[in-house]
Ligand binder design. Structure first.
Ligand code: C5P
Length: 240
């Protein structure tokens, strides 16, 4: 049974397994808060395989994730969690909304990496918030807020070298976290890690390899996603 339908993924319940969900990656691609939407055939499959690869890498380095296993080309089995209504963004280089908001030039190295919280609320355009907003409005506990930051920083430390070895700069990315109601201080990395939710530039040419190709009509969206997957050594990434 369908549980919820987001902009690029659909969640289904699993018969006789109330603690698990099926995450279905669709070909739909959206940007600018859903104002630009297109279907890119094959993207759902690539994102599912890419996400599986990254989640496995993180799990092998002791990051708890909701990802359990691949089911097929476009679907993964995940743990059902209570999601925190917050998006966590890490930035290693300046670009995107940071440059617009603060007038900072593009491609400035951010050291230490910048960490930001955003409220997950489409109708408000996902506004930037602080830990103080989170505590006052009870969007998460203090422990959860601190864990979201430290886990995001850990993920950055693990993924920077992974992408660097493949020839890419991990510019920025967005993470979401959830928990099992019986263990609210045990956060799991949830949602997805794909090229839809991060920025990745070619280390030599600074060519954009991520969803900015779709956002800014740069073309070759699927080809770029495929190139990155090949460089990372992800198996079976070519169209079946
Ligand atoms: O737009 P902004 O510069 O704040 O995005 C920072 C990072 O977070 C980018 O990698 C972007 O793809 C990701 N992001 C996302 N979903 C959002 C907002 C940002 O995946 N709703």
């Amino acid at each position: 049974m369908q549980l919820s339908r987001g902009k690029a993924k659909t969640l289904f319940t699993v018969k006789n397994q109330p603690q698990q969900l099926i995450m279905h990656f669709r070909d739909d691609t959206s940007a600018f808060n859903g104002n630009k939407i297109e279907s890119i055939p094959g993207k759902g499959r690539l994102n599912n395989l890419f996400n599986h690869h990254i989640m496995q890498h993180l799990r092998s380095h002791h990051i708890a994730t909701h990802h359990i296993q691949l089911i097929n080309d476009t679907d993964s089995l995940v743990h059902s969690l209570t999601m925190l209504p917050i998006e966590c963004v890490i930035r290693n280089r300046s670009t995107g909304s940071l440059c617009k908001r603060l007038g900072i030039p593009e491609n400035q190295i951010l050291d230490p990496p910048l960490f930001e919280f955003f409220l997950k609320n489409d109708s408000l355009g996902d506004p930037l918030i602080t830990k103080s907003h989170i505590l006052t409005f009870n969007w998460a506990t203090r422990t959860q807020a601190e864990l979201m930051k430290s886990l995001s920083m850990q993920v950055n430390r693990l993924l920077l070298p992974l992408f660097q070895q493949a020839g890419y700069i991990l510019v920025d990315f967005k993470l979401e976290f959830g928990y099992q109601p019986s263990h609210p201080n045990n956060l799991f990395l949830a949602d997805e890690f794909t090229l839809d939710g991060c920025r990745l530039w070619d280390s030599n040419t600074l060519e954009k390899m991520d969803k900015d190709r779709f956002r800014h009509n740069l073309g070759n969206v699927l080809q770029s996603y495929q190139t990155v997957a090949t460089q990372l050594g992800i198996p079976h990434i070519h169209p079946s």
